[in-house]
Design a protein around this ligand. Sequence first.
Ligand code: DQA
Length: 148
Amino acid sequence: MKPSKKRRKIMVIHGPNLNMLGKREPDIYGKETLEEINSMLKNLGEKLEIDVETFQSNYEGAIVEKIHEISEKYKGLIINPAAYTHTSIAIRDALLLLDIPVIEVHLSNIYKREPFRHKSITADVATAQISGLGVQGYIMALEAITKM
Ligand code: DQA
């Protein structure tokens, strides 16, 4: 279906190495590819009557610039900053520019993994965080953000 001007838009941003989902440590991140996750979210968007736009980059600056592009047109952001969760003050600062709900999603439970993954630099500037529910976490985030 064509995006309609009247429908609300939600942006979904995927950080580095998430383009390798399916191949990448499937015991941790699951078997679904990023393409499959994105089409699941777009299909759910159709049911919820919202436009879901997706973006993936392995570059911190590209993610920062995509966040800058998010204007009043978007009603929410779902972001998995991947490894940048633990390192990127630049992504955190960009998120602080936003005045819309932001849900941080992690496929794995970052608090059950290596100590360097326990700290999220971005979680406290997000509205909420979902960690450890696999693909279901994105689905729940989309359902929740449309109600915010
Ligand atoms: C991740 C967790 C991060 O620690 C890791 O660097 C990722 C994926 C997750 O979705 O579980 O790339 O964000």
